[in-house]
Each structure stands twice: as C-alpha cells, then as structure tokens.
Design a protein around this ligand. Structure first.
Ligand code: DC
Length: 221
C-alpha cells in the first residue's frame, strides 16, 4: 500500500509521514530530498540550474539513492548538506525541469517497488503523478505564519530568521505551484487536512484512521 502525503513546506509532512511509517512498520521516502540531491549535483558541477539541457545531463548521470532515511549522492550521505540555503534557493528551478522530474520520478517508483510496493511517500506530486493509484492520499496545509514558525524552529534549516523563512517559503510555493510540470496541487481524491491548529500526534492519528479504513476496504474486495 502506498500512502501519499503531499503539501507545501512547513506543514509537517515529514513529521507526519515518519510517524505514520513508524506506527505501521512501513518504509518512508522523502522525495524532496531526492530533488535536493539532484540540485546539489548541479551546484557542485558548476552548471547554471536555469540551463535546462546541461542540468538534465548532470542529473541523469548523478547517482542519487535513498538509504535508511538518508539521501546519498554518488555514494556520499548528503542529508544535511541538501538542507542548506544554497540548495533550497535553487531546488525549485531544478525540479521544474520535466526531464529532471521524469528521471527522479522513475527512481522514486523503483525505490517503492524495491520495498514491496508498501511505503509512506512524502512530496508535492505523489498523489497526482508519482502514485496516482495510492491507497491513501493526504494533502496537508497550514496557515502561512504557522508554516514559517515551524520551519524557522527546524534545526535543519539554516538562517532561521522567521521573516526570511516566510519569504523563502512564499517564493518556493509560488514557483512549485505555478510550474508547468507536475505543479503542487491537491489530487482531486486527496483528503485535505489543515494542520494549523493540530498537534503532530493528532494529524498522525487522523492519517492512521484513513490507512486503516483503506486497509479494511482492501480486505472487503
Ligand atoms: O520537501 P522539500 O522542501 O525538501 O522539497 C524541496 C523542493 O523539491 C520543493 O521546493 C519542490 C521540490 N519537490 C518536488 O518538486 N516534488 C516533490 N515530490 C518533492 C519536492
């Protein structure tokens, strides 16, 4: 069973996806980290992320893997490095390129296949494009000020000034939602949960109830 958890930054996707995966003993894939690793490869190569052809070539030859909850680039664990400001600033440009997305989406589908087709997958287009047949689709939202506060409290985010974080989130939302290829939108059959006034545990419980419901209806068939 694939459980798709989509939404913009700062809504609590990672916390919720990890919590759901732990509660059900499922594998967890953070797809944002795969786009971040692709972006790190581009930055390291010195190629301009706005140069579509060159960027596509670099990403196609990069070895991006996701092992034990950590993203790797060419055999190196880069989980912390991909959260740095330089990568965050360039990731929307790299992930907007359709050829890059095709390549990375293939890698994500292979990863889930290798985990027996059972995983909690977090991202922006999981319920719409990567796994349109996911058994459970959740789209998390939260008020912008709540998202900025959560992100600026995240120790993995560099430069955690809430005003800067709020601007960066708004800019990334705009780019991720308006790009032509797989824009950030809820799937028509996703359950939308506004997490602004909920604790992480409450959101996890809500998603687990959806998982149990889906598992139950699977058994009925
Ligand atoms: O979840 P995150 O902030 O680590 O994601 C980083 C960027 O990667 C995000 O701004 C857009 C892109 N992304 C995407 O295009 N599709 C996904 N499924 C996940 C992330």
């Amino acid at each position: 069973m694939v459980i798709a958890i989509d939404g913009p930054g700062g809504v609590g996707k990672s916390t919720v996806a990890k919590g759901v995966a732990a509660a059900r003993g499922l594998a967890y894939l953070d797809t944002g980290s795969t786009y971040r690793a692709a972006t790190l490869a581009v930055l390291r190569s010195g190629v301009d992320p706005d140069d579509t052809d060159e960027t596509t070539t670099v990403v196609a030859s990069a070895d991006i893997a996701y092992v034990d909850g950590v993203v790797c680039l060419d055999g190196e664990r880069v989980g912390a490095e991909v959260r740095r400001a330089g990568v965050t600033a360039a990731v929307s440009a790299v992930s907007a390129i359709p050829q890059v997305r095709r390549h990375i989406v293939e890698m994500q589908r292979d990863w889930v296949r290798a985990h027996g087709g059972n995983a909690v997958v977090e991202g922006r287009d999981i319920g719409t494009v990567v796994f349109p047949d996911a058994a459970v689709k959740v789209y998390l939202t939260a008020r912008p000020e709540v998202r900025a506060a959560r992100r600026s409290g995240d120790p993995e985010v560099s430069g955690n000034n809430p005003c800067v974080v709020a601007r960066e989130l708004a800019e990334r939302d705009r780019k991720d939602s308006t790009r032509a290829a797989s824009p950030l939108v809820p799937a028509s059959d996703a359950v939308i949960i506004d997490t602004s006034d909920m604790t992480a545990a409450e959101v996890i419980d809500r998603v687990l109830a959806l998982v149990d419901e889906a598992a139950g209806s699977d058994e009925d068939v």
